[in-house]
Design a protein around this ligand. Structure first.
Ligand SMILES: Cc1cc2nc3c(=O)[nH]c(=O)nc-3n(C[C@H](O)[C@H](O)[C@H](O)COP(=O)(O)OP(=O)(O)OC[C@H]3O[C@@H](n4cnc5c(N)ncnc54)[C@H](O)[C@@H]3O)c2cc1C
Length: 452
């Protein structure tokens, strides 16, 4: 019996083993930068924390790498196995365990999808505001990448909604952290250390998630600008008068990609860049008042379109959320830098000049309201070499302007080699120490984020 057969036989005694491994070898990372998957994997689908614990204990005993997989919507190659591994798919750990309308929490298993979480909150008249673009992302995946999305400018990121966790440590121990409380300073906060750790420290099996009352009525505005610079300069000016639910920066070149996928039409193609805002207002009078203020704050807006009907708003959001789907086969990478909002104009001006000199076309959009911009270099002749040069310079500029390598997609595999450029030696050493302490045998998602 070969060793993989032995592993399969032993894991079958613990849980369900899926022989269809192909579906678990990729995530949504652009192909040009995605890691090459190792096909020597066993895919398991536990349905209880006890099963997860037994799988992990077994893997730890034999030094077999573990890769946890949520919805596989990640954009940094985090869920892709690059060594012979046990892939733990969380899809059967998908139960909503409790909706507590008094403490405003949902307790659920890690494989619950974003869509299911939103539906569970809405069923009781409440809401879960964070919205990373793809609703098949799971609670465990969103926690492990500290996901953001368009509403982060007003409502924060995943971290702001996690009150408690159940995790399985690499030695199989089950640990409960936090609870249904907003405040907790009882020692070092291990729960927040685990949030964003991308499956390199432990496995999230359950979470207590904070939910909120529904916001007022929402309206979507689209504001075209003659130049990219006017659009992006307007972001800080708008933020100084109000905090919308979202401020998205969208270069006009990006729009056709969303239209292609959805078959729907954006309101205008005027100018070079648009801002898309989602604002709250109690009625149309308040909406007009706010829209006028926003128009005044903007730098040379060409127009202001207000989508007030649910259908108009849904169409715009749908087109926006499909930019990546439309672009993904034409791009080399999706960048994810996070920059202080007021410095984005300088960052983009300098980056665009470098791209032009290299003959590289970049399509940019992103969550400008929270400083997170996604630049998409398009494939072209010698594109990969040009992009490597571009990326090196762009990261230098980002660092100089007080920014970071990733705002929401995580380091995963794709950004691992650039992480050290953004961190001090002391930070790196502390991170390596933490990794060793949690995972002394290095079985958790090896080759991702940081090597101990
Ligand atoms: C069209 C599109 C739009 C997107 N828009 C956004 C956006 O606006 N904002 C944003 O933040 N992201 C966005 N993303 C990226 C992605 O949706 C998020 O990173 C999401 O949080 C990943 O969740 P997942 O369940 O798919 O995780 P996966 O891709 O399965 O895994 C991601 C990482 O988390 C680890 N992991 C997963 N589950 C667990 C667990 N239970 N325990 C421990 N580790 C685990 C994996 O090992 C991996 O390292 C987008 C992706 C797509 C395809």
């Amino acid at each position: 019996m070969s060793s993989i057969d032995e592993v399969v036989a032993n894991l079958r005694l613990i849980t369900y083993v899926d022989e269809n491994v192909e579906a678990y070898l990729h995530d949504e990372t652009p192909k040009d930068v995605a890691p090459k998957p190792n096909k020597n994997v066993v895919v398991v689908k536990p349905s209880s924390v006890e099963e997860v614990s037994k799988i992990v204990s077994y893997a730890n005993e034999y030094g077999i790498p573990i890769v946890v997989r949520g919805g596989g919507t990640g954009l940094s190659g985090g869920a892709v196995p690059i060594k012979p591994s046990i892939v733990i798919s969380m899809e059967r750990l998908n139960r909503i365990l409790e909706v507590d309308t008094k403490n405003l929490t949902i307790t659920c298993e890690a494989g619950v999808t974003l869509r299911e979480l939103i539906e569970a909150a809405e069923k009781v008249g409440l809401s879960f505001p964070p919205h990373p673009g793809d609703e098949s992302a799971t609670v465990g995946g969103m926690i492990s990448t500290n996901a953001g999305g368009v509403r982060a400018v007003k409502y924060g990121v995943m971290r702001n909604y996690v009150l408690g966790l159940e995790v399985v440590l690499p030695n199989g121990e089950i640990l409960k952290l936090g609870g249904k409380v907003i405040k907790n300073v009882s020692g070092y906060n291990l729960m927040h250390l685990i949030i964003g750790s991308e499956g390199t420290l432990c496995i999230v099996t359950k979470a207590i998630i904070r939910i909120l009352p529904k916001s007022k009525k929402n309206y979507t505005l689209v504001i075209p600008f003659e130049s990219e610079n006017d659009a992006i300069e307007s972001v800080s000016r708008i933020l100084s008068i109000l905090t919308p639910l979202a401020i998205e920066y969208i270069e006009v070149d990006a729009i056709k990609y969303g239209e292609k996928v959805t078959g729907k039409k954006w309101v205008s193609k005027d100018g070079k860049a648009h801002l898309m805002l989602i604002i709250e207002a109690k009625d149309e009078d308040e909406l007009i008042e706010i829209a006028e203020k926003i128009e005044k704050a903007c730098e040379n807006p060409l127009n202001i379109f207000v989508a007030s009907s649910i259908k108009e708003q849904r169409d715009l959001l749908e087109i926006r959320s499909m930019f990546y789907e439309g672009l993904k086969d034409e791009i080399i990478d999706i960048m994810d830098v996070s920059i202080p909002t007021a410095n984005i104009p300088e960052y983009l001006r300098r980056c665009n000049k470098i791209a032009k000199n290299l003959g590289l076309k970049i399509v940019t959009y992103g969550h400008a309201g929270d400083g997170n911009v996604h630049q998409h270099p398009l494939k072209c002749e010698d594109g990969k070499e040009k992009y490597e040069k571009f990326k090196r310079e762009a990261f230098k500029i980002a660092k100089e302007l007080g920014g970071f390598i990733t705002g929401e997609h995580g380091v995963g595999f794709v950004k691992k080699n650039n992480l050290a450029e953004f961190l001090s030696q002391s930070e790196l050493e502390l991170m390596k120490g933490i990794k060793k302490l949690f995972d002394p045998n290095g079985i958790m998602n090896p080759g991702k984020v940081i090597d101990a």
